[in-house]
Design a protein. Sequence first.
Length: 134
Amino acid sequence: MNRGPVSGNQKADFVARARIAWGEPPDWVVTLAEEATRTTGAAAARRINYSPATLSQVISNTYRGDLGRVQEMVEGALMASTVDCPVLGEIGRDRCLDEQARPFAATSTHRAQLYHWCAGRCPHSKQHKGDCDE
């Protein structure tokens, strides 16, 4: 049995799918679709730390999860959006969100500082909004 794409088939056009599903898709959806078309859906999904199924649902405008978080991951990983981290300095928005999701680890002072800042003291934290403005 021969599995995989049939030879001679064209690559998937994620941009066209996004335009059909969204009408006029937001810039970040177009950027994600362009990356998926340029590489593969699975490779683009890995770049934003989501599953290929989630990427497909976002492009098809059927994703029921937190689109805001997906947008921030796309902007950080593919559109060079950065934030000023109080511990690490300027980092990508995608890395900021990844650090917020990590559990406490006393492996280094940086890890401990990141955990405590990301738990709500940082103005970029999604866990708790403190008194700081972004």
